[in-house]
Design a protein around this ligand. Structure first.
Ligand SMILES: Cc1cc2nc3c(=O)[nH]c(=O)nc-3n(C[C@H](O)[C@H](O)[C@H](O)COP(=O)(O)O)c2cc1C
Length: 248
């Protein structure tokens, strides 16, 4: 069973591709997380967890979702992490997660896709995004055989810097950078409320026709990248940048 989390669509796209290649079920964790429901899953086929990379690890909210869910049937667990560059030493944290869940860690696949973190970096322009998506699809397609043959994904090379990124940097990043104070809606906002619906943490509500952020954000970029009016900004950093989302 393929279970995914996705802010702007890259991981959803990869999850659906994997599920279709393996003729397996594809489950979105969004409703579980948004509604505070612990997942109860049963499958005879391997678990394939697909998610973006947030500061060289799984998003904390997806890690928590896995921790609280119940997985019956198979114990084999693969991870697929989409990223804008690289996943660092995420594998080490995933191994530990599998130990706590009684799962058998079968490795992590790094899939480079377009960068979506416009609160910090730039998303690529359309042509470059299409090139990256095509390359990402090829990476996924090449790796399907490992899952269908029950083999481990090949090990990623991990250096000292990767350990620092995933290790001590990750909690510092969450503490100091993952904040929602800089989000605001411009005059282009029509108060449609899509951002409220899209927020997996129910952190946005519409007040006087405009979104208000309430301090519990995981920086998934769904609100800012999926706003149909492009009416959400993150301070000055996001001004003039292309919004990134993958629909399909
Ligand atoms: C909060 C945040 C942190 C990120 N950290 C990393 C990172 O450490 N390494 C990386 O290569 N990409 C990083 N990215 C980029 C995303 O992992 C990448 O664009 C991903 O494919 C987005 O997936 P999604 O469209 O399914 O949400 C980060 C993005 C966000 C929003």
């Amino acid at each position: 069973m393929v279970i995914y989390f996705s802010g702007t669509g890259n991981s959803k796209y990869c999850a659906q591709l994997i599920a279709s290649k393996l003729d397996d079920e594809c489950v979105d964790s969004f409703g579980y997380i948004k509604n505070g429901i612990a997942g109860e899953f049963v499958s005879g086929k391997p678990w394939i967890f697909v998610a973006p990379t947030y500061c060289w690890r799984l998003p904390h909210i997806f890690e928590d979702f896995i921790k609280t869910a119940n997985f019956d049937g198979t114990v084999e667990a693969y991870f697929v992490m989409t990223c804008g560059g690289e996943i660092g030493n995420a594998g080490a944290t995933l191994k530990k997660l599998c130990v706590t869940k009684g799962l058998n860690y079968k490795g992590v696949l790094e899939v480079v896709m377009p960068e979506n973190y416009i609160a910090m970096f730039d998303a690529p322009e359309d042509e470059e995004a299409q090139r990256l998506i095509k390359a990402g699809i090829r990476t996924v397609e090449r790796s399907i055989k490992y899952i269908s043959e029950g083999a481990n994904f090949p090990e990623n090379k991990v250096g000292f810097i990767d350990k620092i990124k995933t290790g001590p940097t990750n909690p510092v990043f969450y503490k100091f950078f993952v904040k929602d104070k800089a989000f605001f809606a411009t005059d282009a906002c029509i108060g449609c409320g899509q951002c409220e619906e899209l927020c997996v943490l129910n952190n946005i509500s519409i007040k006087d026709g405009k979104p208000v952020w309430h301090g519990n954000c995981t920086h998934c970029m769904a609100c800012i990248c999926k706003c149909p009016q492009e009416a959400i900004e993150y301070g000055k950093i996001s001004k003039g940048k292309p919004r990134y989302r993958l629909e399909g």
